[in-house]
Write a protein that binds this ligand. Structure first.
Ligand code: UN1
Length: 500
């Protein structure tokens, strides 16, 4: 407990920020109480949105490269506090040390990206059909951006949204996962340090409000929130999407995945084994990009499955902050129970399960560790088509690549996918219009661990949103088409006459 207090203080949090509240925070590592934070009410959310709206009115007229300067300063704070924030990610979300550090690195990377972007929020000039006229397209600040984030990337996904939203001239209101409020508060404290070093930013440019569904709902229902960017389960997205649509707000959804890797006979099996193991079992299977299915050509199926199963059994499970651990805990008992239910369903549907038992129960009776599971499935049954947020890998067999691609696509989700193949034709078919239907389709790397430079997101039940790199910034701006007449006549478009 002392340890955590020192850590939180070092990140700029006063004791009152993490004690005395009603939202208890427990570490998934051992169940220890890390703090008790204030839970906001729906009214507090509405008041925060009002403050955010005032902040945005001032921020939108600050030149974009100046706005970039604030994000640059924030990136500096993140660099300075990388180890400590990463440690907090490990303690609160259960990520192994290198993944906690990777998460903060991802925040730093998106800040760098956003700083560059702040000088490139470019529009278009379009040829007008009328003489003495010019048409242009501008991208202008949108308003208040609401961010709902999940426990598994408790701070990086917020940073993808916030860094872009801020350089685009918006203010942000953040509702983090109830399971990870401390990393959110610490991130907010670091942001405020950057703000204090910046001359000319309005107060309340970024705010965080912890709490449950009622706080999230107050954000989702509020017409002053121009964009709701929500990361989490498809169930959550189904609740959020229609509400935002009903008030004609904008939504950016990043929901469930059910990501597959196809392994062809020409694959480099060494690479494939490593890519599959990290994809399936890294982060204890709790990434939206986790590899949940591997579709293997029949000629190499038995050999590859045997190798995966042997390697699976060797992966070191333990406290994520101990050196050498590859697999940390599940976030809570509900996650463990959901894993057991999926494995029971898989058995009923003809699956042969290895692993998947509770681990380290004697050492950590109040935490939920599980051995990674590999399930040989006879077919892509109902349980395989659903996302279970746990380290379960289903193996399937194929004969023709067309069949493999059809299997890969025949799930409700469409986030990430990959093929391991050294055959150019196969690889190109996989990334073609007749290939993977996902937002991310990789060749000879796994399904998870995307860089921030590309647009991140997926199709179908994944929600269709794109965050992070490429031109994802456009979601945080509004497009204005301007026609400027610099002649002294008033010709109408399409040759319409209206003589007065
Ligand atoms: C998520 O799991 O919500 O590609 C995001 C990845 C990470 C992001 C995952 N960069 O695995």
């Amino acid at each position: 407990m002392n340890d955590i207090k020192t850590l939180l203080n070092s990140l700029g949090l006063a004791d009152s920020a993490f004690s005395g509240g009603t939202l208890a925070v427990r570490s998934p590592i051992d169940g220890a109480l890390l703090g008790a934070v204030h839970e906001a009410s729906a009214d507090e959310m509405r008041a925060a949105i009002a403050r955010a709206q005032a902040a945005q009115l001032a921020w939108r007229i600050v030149p974009a490269p100046r706005r970039g300067e604030l994000v640059r300063l924030f990136g500096e704070e993140l660099r300075r506090h990388k180890q400590n924030l990463a440690r907090l990610v490990s303690l609160e979300a259960g990520k192994v040390t290198s993944e906690g550090e990777g998460e903060v690195q991802e925040m730093i990377d998106i800040c760098d990206f956003a700083v560059g972007l702040s000088r490139q929020l470019h529009g278009l000039t379009i040829a007008s059909e009328r003489p003495g006229h010019r048409m242009m397209e501008q991208w202008l600040p949108l308003g208040v951006v609401g961010i709902i984030s999940a426990f598994n990337f408790p701070v990086a996904v917020w940073a993808w949204n916030a860094a872009l939203a801020l350089v685009c001239g918006n203010s942000c209101v953040w509702k983090p996962s109830e399971k990870t409020p401390l990393t959110a508060l610490a991130t907010q404290a670091l942001f405020e340090r950057a703000l204090a070093r910046f001359d000319g930013a309005p107060a309340h440019l970024s705010q965080v409000l912890n709490g449950g569904a009622a706080v999230g709902e107050a954000m989702v229902d509020d017409h002053r929130v121009a964009l709701v960017s929500a990361t989490g389960s498809t169930r959550m997205g189904r609740a959020v999407g229609p509400k935002v649509a009903a008030r004609f707000g904008r939504c950016l959804l990043e929901l469930g995945g059910n990501n597959a890797i196809i392994v062809s006979p020409s694959a480099d099996l060494e690479l494939a084994v490593r890519g599959i193991l990290f994809g399936a079992y890294g982060t204890a299977g709790q990434r939206c990009t986790t590899t949940r299915r591997v579709i293997i050509h029949e000629s190499i199926h038995d050999e590859l499955v045997a190798r995966l199963d042997r390697a699976r059994a060797q992966l070191k499970i333990g406290s994520p902050v101990e050196a050498g651990t590859l697999i940390g805990p599940l976030i809570d008992q509900a996650a463990f129970d959901a894993m057991q239910q999926a494995l029971a369903a898989a058995r009923e549907q003809g699956g042969e399960v290895s692993g998947g038992e509770r681990a380290l129960a004697a050492q950590y009776p109040h935490a939920w560790y599980a051995t990674p599971a590999l399930v040989r499935m006879p077919a892509q049954t109902a349980v395989v088509r659903q996302e279970t947020f746990a380290p379960i890998l289903y193996t399937l067999k194929y004969q023709s690549l067309e069949e493999a691609i059809a299997l890969q696509n025949d799930v409700p989700q469409g986030l990430s996918s990959a093929i391991f193949s050294n055959d150019l034709r196969e690889a190109e078919l996989f990334v073609s219009a007749a290939g993977s239907d996902c937002g991310i389709a990789n060749v000879n790397i796994g399904t998870s661990g995307a860089e921030i430079g590309g647009a991140f997101g997926g199709e179908k039940e994944t929600g269709g949103g794109r965050e992070s790199g490429s031109d994802a910034w456009r979601a945080y701006m509004r497009r204005a088409t301007n026609t400027v007449n610099y002649s002294s006549a008033l010709p109408l478009a399409q040759g319409v006459k209206f003589e007065i």
